[in-house]
Design a protein around this ligand. Structure first.
Ligand code: DC
Length: 292
């Protein structure tokens, strides 16, 4: 049966919503400011705002994995594919722990800035990061990261850290340190959904289920622009798209932990999917693999 104009309009509207937008509420400017230090704020084109922290996928009907089942699930992919939010929701739906490896690289960048280390001094960066003994507080949801015994989860989202983290993440010795730490974390948390650029390709090549999330550069640029606008910044779609293409080129061509679709990974293009559709797709794949 052909769609009615009403259903078509509603489908068009759904398709035009930002990927991360799980629940839309209209808020005032002051509420936006209150939201500003939350992990992420997204808005639709009418200016309605949603926070991922408030919005939750209704996962009550989604089966969890048995408590005695050890499993590592990896989610790799470029920036703007929603890896982090998807990984967190998938972990919650399955009853698993969630590891945000980007937070570890961000922590190294924060340490570099706050300990006044020369960003070109790779040895000093690695030394100080090792001394910082990065670890997570697993009693929090999502787990918060600590360095030198103190929580730094807010610090790692600051603009100066965001700017420095990409070059820091290319330091080979730092990556080796992070890979070791991530493997130790997986031993301590054997029921884990872990996300990053290299989780399925380098860190856990034998993971039970490996995903690679992708989306077209245009869609990823639009999502990024929506986030910037929602947090009060201006956004130029053309230059954001160019930056994304440039970052993809750098990430894919770096010597250590290059961004790539890992072998045997399930590739999911999120360009035309809503957030819920992505999480449910991954959830279905996991259940199929573990035979439930
Ligand atoms: O996902 P994110 O934006 O928090 O990641 C921060 C930076 O760290 C980003 O430049 C990608 C990099 N990163 C990485 O190189 N390897 C990982 N496993 C995770 C993140």
């Amino acid at each position: 049966m052909p769609p009615t104009s009403e259903t078509q309009a509603s489908q068009d509207r759904a398709a035009s919503l930002p990927f991360e937008l799980m629940e839309v509420v209209s808020v005032s400017r002051s509420e936006i400011e209150v939201c500003a230090d939350l992990e992420r704020v997204v808005c639709d084109r009418d200016g309605a705002v949603a926070t991922l922290d408030r919005a939750t996928l209704d996962d009550t009907a989604m089966p969890k994995l048995p408590r005695d089942q050890s499993i590592v699930i990896t989610i790799d992919g470029p920036a703007g594919t929603g890896k982090s939010s998807v990984a967190r929701s998938l972990a919650k739906a399955l009853g698993l722990d969630f590891l945000d490896t980007g937070a570890m690289y961000r922590a190294a960048a924060a340490i570099t800035i706050d300990h006044k280390i020369d960003p070109s001094d790779s040895d000093a960066i690695v030394r100080e990061t090792v001394k910082g003994d990065l670890h997570f507080d697993w009693t929090r949801d999502p787990p918060t990261i600590l360095a030198f015994g103190s929580p730094i989860d807010h610090r790692i989202r600051a603009p100066d850290v965001a700017e420095l983290v990409s070059p820091i993440a290319t330091i080979r010795a730092l990556r080796e340190h992070m890979v070791k730490k991530q493997r130790i974390i997986a031993q301590q948390h054997p029921r884990l959904v872990t996300e990053g650029r290299d989780q399925g390709s380098v860190v856990f090549p034998d993971a039970a289920v490996k995903f690679y999330l992708d989306a077209s550069p245009e869609v990823r640029a639009r999502r990024r622009a929506e986030q910037l606008v929602a947090s009060g910044h201006s956004a130029d779609l053309g230059s954001i798209t160019a930056e994304i293409l440039d970052r993809d080129r750098r990430d894919s061509s770096r010597a250590d932990g290059p961004l790539m679709c890992p072998s045997n990974a399930i590739c999911v293009d999120t360009s035309d999917l809503t957030f819920d559709q992505v999480v449910k797709t991954l959830h279905r794949h996991v259940l199929a693999v573990v035979g439930r």
